[in-house]
Design a binder for this molecule. Sequence first.
Ligand SMILES: Cc1cc2nc3c(=O)[nH]c(=O)nc-3n(C[C@H](O)[C@H](O)[C@H](O)COP(=O)(O)OP(=O)(O)OC[C@H]3O[C@@H](n4cnc5c(N)ncnc54)[C@H](O)[C@@H]3O)c2cc1C
Length: 458
Amino acid sequence: MVPQIQTKVVIIGAGLTGLVTAHYLLKRGISVKIIEKNNRPGGVIQTVKEGGFTMEAGPNTGVVSQPEIMELFDDLCGDCAIEIANPEAKKRLIWKNGKWHPLPSGLIQAIKTPLFSFGDKISILGEPFRKKGTNPDETIADLVLRRMGRSYLNYAVDPFISGIYAGDPTRLVTRFALPKLYQLEQKYGSFIGGAMKKGSEPKDERTKRATKEVFSAKGGLQNLIKALVKSIGEENILLNCSRVVVSPDHGFYDIDFLKNGNPVRLTSDKVISTTGGKEVEALFPFVDQQQLAAIGQLEYAKIVQVALGYQEWKGIDINAFGGLIPSKENRKILGVLFPSSFFTERAPKGGALLSVFLGGIKNGDYYSYTDTEIQSLVEEEIGEMLQIKGIKADIIRIFRYQYAIPQYYKSTEQRLQAIDYIRNNYPGLILAGNISDGIGMGDRIRQGRNIADSIIKE
Ligand SMILES: Cc1cc2nc3c(=O)[nH]c(=O)nc-3n(C[C@H](O)[C@H](O)[C@H](O)COP(=O)(O)OP(=O)(O)OC[C@H]3O[C@@H](n4cnc5c(N)ncnc54)[C@H](O)[C@@H]3O)c2cc1C
């Protein structure tokens, strides 16, 4: 006899989205079970502590872009605390012609910087007077060329897009990939004027909690996951689940899977999937396959993240957030973060922790390189860029992601339509996760909260 468990909601995937959704549902007394294929919760979030270093295998930092982030930490208070990055190490560096240059943060710096051409610096003065775009599918590159100029695209926006999407600005569509920027132009007609007007608009207390500050959890993001797991209850998270298949059953859903190799069936009113786009076709064989194909086609950037720990730092001054390398510079790495400069207790005193990123949509082949090849490539690049040639890191850890960051291209329109179609035509079935609503941790927290709120309202 297959064990059968009845619950109100089943969530597939115990990453940040699934855990946040479950946390808010359970808080309101709605029964939830999470099904996870891995042997641990957290999805791509994982903190590794070794040799005095606190290394993130997945995301290192988030931006406090939504009030929901602060509210979640308030809610988990006592079990986990937010850590805001040290503002003294907020400088972003850009690599150009063999040197790091700070990304300008004020007018004087913007005039002096060698990152942008003289012509573009003059022409940016006309940005507030340029007409707003009319093509809703305009790419980020086209938008920036139209409003700001090529050197801004090459030495500000391209590296910024590498840092967020590991993506290509000539393919990412602004409306989907950077909706706030798109709205800035659409609503106010200009980036510069819009940012100024928006900054002076009155904000309510809740909106003020979105600050653009950089956050993690004290002691690493794993502590956020631990606190969520504690709130949800380990008994509600089923790990090591394979071959998950959902089928409709007289107004309910049956969710069949193997747990540690043994068959189990859950029955629920609602099913929320938070897996990536590649999983949905197999999970929901009864759903219109054409709709699922529109989701399954989502392209992902592959990422290799390399954590390097030095007991004693002998390179250049790294009192900054990190450095990004524009595609035009043709280097092998996308960028490097300096977590020990902006968060506490990430490296032993006097030491340093670096987090180097490789791959992305333009250089996905690095994903298949051996550890030895990756190590020597990173040591060579970092050795030159941070002036530590010949000095070996005391610890090196390599983390690979085949489906790291979804790319919000023009096809996002069809994918969003398919997600809506499924929600409207299969009552109780919700396809969530970073296939929609943004890729950052803040977006994931907000989506989980919104889904929970909509179910609670019902
Ligand atoms: C290397 C890397 C760096 C990043 N850096 C940043 C950053 O600096 N800042 C930021 O804000 N964001 C960053 N992100 C993005 C952010 O981490 C993610 O958007 C977010 O953590 C995703 O959470 P999620 O729950 O939606 O998905 P996931 O974390 O992918 O969780 C999905 C879960 O579903 C499970 N699953 C999948 N298929 C099945 C199945 N068939 N059955 C059961 N379970 C299944 C998976 O095992 C996983 O646990 C980064 C992501 C990566 C990969």
